[in-house]
Ligand binder design. Structure first.
Ligand SMILES: [Zn+2]
Length: 268
């Protein structure tokens, strides 16, 4: 399985796209979050991912920078159906708040012909802690991350019998989430800022966003092998990889990934 990083920025990023990614197995894709607008279409085009090859989408929570791109995906997938260019169901996963918001926003902004597809060709699947599905031929389990802001859902995927990839969204890891993170071969977590800047700004208390130090220490303590950091401020992107990696190395002995937009990482 590969992860196609489509965006790496926080909500207000303008120099890179908002954090979202597509998991890939044999040219089939599972989209996780969609960023804040039709920039998702640009990112998919740049990543060479055809809409027809996206089998399903999962939206973690209702914040604009994760959610609004989903409306564009629904519009584009809907267009494929309406042109009879698409004949398999498209699945959208999300917690009850996400599914409710999708229905509401689509009703308000999309023509009726697109809304008529919701619940039929475009399947809306409400998920919560412990719900298991098969995605791209792998077992996937959803869990509530116990976010401080709005309800947010994470995922853990079995890459094979033993190894898991766990994504804990864009807030500081809660105690129940630690149990899911523990022994994951791969962890993807938010790391808003690095080093001294993070210490001074204190994003953990300000926005419930993690620092590099926080996720690196967490990964070390919970026996994670590979840490992917994302959802960062978009300041100094040219040096982000180096600065974040150097900082994480002080606290974590595993492999560190600070991807740029459009990077692909093989989850092996
Ligand atoms: Zn966010």
């Amino acid at each position: 399985m590969k992860i196609n990083i489509l965006g790496t920025g926080d909500a207000l990023a303008t120099k890179c796209y908002n954090t979202c990614f597509a998991l890939e197995e044999n040219n089939k894709y599972f989209l996780v979050d969609a960023g804040g607008g039709n920039g998702i279409l640009v990112q998919l085009e740049k990543a060479n991912i055809s809409l027809k090859n996206i089998e399903s989408m999962f939206i973690t929570h209702t914040h604009t920078d994760h959610f609004l791109g989903a409306i564009w995906i629904i519009r584009m997938i809907g267009r494929l159906y309406l042109r009879e260019d698409f004949n398999k169901p498209f699945y959208i996963y999300g917690n009850n708040e996400v599914i409710k918001a999708i229905i509401k926003v689509c009703e308000a902004v999309l023509p009726e012909r697109f809304n008529n597809l919701l619940g039929k060709e475009i399947k809306l699947i409400e998920v919560d802690t412990g719900n298991e599905f098969e995605i791209l031929g792998k077992k996937l389990e959803f869990f509530d991350i116990h976010a401080k802001k709005v309800k947010q859902t994470g995922i853990t995927i079995w890459l094979n019998k033993e190894d898991r990839f766990t994504f804990i969204g864009d807030e500081v890891c809660s105690e129940p989430t630690e149990k899911v993170v523990e022994n994951s071969k791969w962890l993807m977590a938010d790391a808003y800022m690095a080093g001294k800047e993070a210490e001074e700004y204190d994003p953990i208390n300000k926005h419930s966003h993690s620092t590099v130090k926080f996720v690196a220490e967490l990964s070390n303590r919970l026996n994670v092998k590979n840490l992917i950091m994302s959802h960062t401020v978009d300041k100094d992107l040219e040096n982000r990889k180096r600065i974040f990696t150097e900082d994480a190395k002080k606290y974590f002995t595993g492999n560190i990934f600070v991807p740029d937009d459009l990077e692909i990482i093989e989850l092996k």
